[in-house]
Ligand binder design. Structure first.
Ligand SMILES: [Zn+2]
Length: 268
């Protein structure tokens, strides 16, 4: 029997009384477990099995492709849904979709767990949703070793000086910014479709928003123009669609989230 802290990423009805859960646990990474009786009103799981819930579970870990068997679940924290924060709810669905899509089963990564829990708490507050998501996306990529190179050319490693040019090339395949020489080579060899560009402002904003060393949370106070934020959003949309091999399921909701985003007015 194993014990773990977990976030519920997904639930699928399995039978009239049972559920299959996809959980991201702090101790074991992503697991899929059968919750027998999980759909009954009086279940042994105390209705802890909703998507986005943070729970404490006991389960029998099975080898191979067999589902784990959930034996106990206790609710630690439910995602508080309020009507004025539907955008935060959908942003949270997007967060768990990315965690589910970009992690493998049985590959423990406490950094991903901690980041996810922190982000759900943040999105529940209903403000700064889009910049929170951009920060989450950047830190998630870092935690799984897929972060794009923003300071050096992703192809040749040359140091990029983002004040030097108005726009900087970005390669999806290379996973990062490209110096003008490497970008030109890509175009010449017929790979221009994997290339886009972003403004120096957007690149600068991206670096600041996704800076893992930002422990004083400066990212919340950044003066970030709406169109710069939209540009970063656009790049992330392409980049994540490329990583997943398809558009995220919540893709169409990202506009809704952006439109209903409440920026905190922080006076000082
Ligand atoms: Zn280069």
């Amino acid at each position: 029997m194993e014990n773990a802290d977990a976030v519920v990423l997904r639930t699928v009805d399995f039978s009239e009384t049972s559920l299959i859960l996809t959980l991201f646990t702090r101790q074991f990474g992503k697991i899929e477990a059968l919750a027998k009786g999980g759909r009954r009103l009086k279940s042994p799981f105390e209705s802890a099995l909703d998507i986005l819930a943070r729970i404490r579970v006991s389960f029998l870990h099975k080898k191979g492709d067999v589902l784990d068997l959930l034996t106990e679940a206790k609710l630690v924290k439910r995602f508080r849904v309020v009507e004025s924060n539907l955008a935060g709810l959908f942003a949270s669905y997007y967060v768990v979709e990315l965690v589910d899509s970009l992690t493998e089963k049985d590959d423990p990564n406490p950094a991903v767990y901690d980041l996810t829990v922190k982000m759900l708490n943040r999105l529940e507050q209903g403000t700064l949703l889009m910049r929170s998501l951009i920060r989450f996306e950047g830190l998630l990529l870092k935690a799984i070793g897929q972060q794009p190179s923003l300071g050096n050319c992703a192809e040749c490693g040359a140091v990029m000086n983002d004040t030097e040019q108005k726009r900087v090339a970005f390669g999806y395949l290379d996973g990062g910014v490209l110096c003008s020489r490497c970008a030109e080579t890509l175009r010449r060899t017929g790979h221009g479709q994997f290339l886009t560009s972003l403004s120096a402002n957007a690149l600068h904003g991206m670096k600041q928003l996704t800076d893992p060393r930002d422990i004083t949370e400066n990212w919340k106070r950044l003066a970030l123009e709406r169109n710069t934020q939209n540009e970063i959003r656009g790049l992330h949309n392409y980049y994540f669609s490329h990583l997943l091999g398809k558009r995220p399921r919540l893709y169409d909701w990202l506009n809704f989230i952006a439109q209903n985003d409440k920026e905190e007015i922080l006076s000082h």
